[in-house]
Design a protein around this ligand. Sequence first.
Ligand SMILES: [Fe+2]
Length: 259
Amino acid sequence: MIPTDLKDILGDTYNDYFFNNGRKYSKILESEGILIFNSFINRKGLINLQKEAADLKYLSYQSSSKYNVYVSEYDNSFPDDSPRNRIMSTSKKCLPNDLIPSDSILQTLYNSKAIRSFFMDLLNKKELFPYSDPLSSININYYDKGDALGWHFDNSDFTITLLIKNCEKGGIYEFFNDMRYKDGKEDYNFVEKILDKKVPGTKVKSFEGDLMIFKGNKSIHQVTAVEKGERILVTFNYNEIEGIPLSEESRRTFFGRIK
Ligand SMILES: [Fe+2]
């Protein structure tokens, strides 16, 4: 059952029936690589979340990180400018979980049993757990003018995001669905075409209040630089195994501390 305080801020169609039928969406996620639930949060909820995010922004940590699209170690058997080793970058501000108040709607959403079991059903997971460290379970990400997320594959096989504020220009999510390990190995030629902007990806039009779930470990993706305004995206991060922290390296990079 969805608690009353959540019913008040969820879009009209997101009722108990909806959350009991997550399996219906598994096939779409599998074939499309992405699921978007429009207006998951209603106007009232958005106003609340936008105000909260604005009030907390001064506590966020500015990071700029460099990595290759595989987010793995440099491989010296490839040239520096190869798609395997080429350097991508991300810049954003991030607010870790321990600075999101316990009475925030975001905490209620993340901790709701009904919503978590909906995610488990549609992702075909037996269990989903929070991160064991205090920083990584819910994050509010702020992208100001010039901030961007360079091309990469995720380590996790799914990502759950909630857009609470959209920028006026730029900040577009672009991806290539399910293009990894086609013959059991990486397709460096295709990745090179993507990095050289020779092929266009699927661009996603998203709106404030949309909940998005995508399979980021098989689909290379980026978010283009924000050109005007501010983009605020919440990530709800879960683990299939209990008691797992985010790596210390990632915590240092995105939060500027490990606890
Ligand atoms: Fe990603």
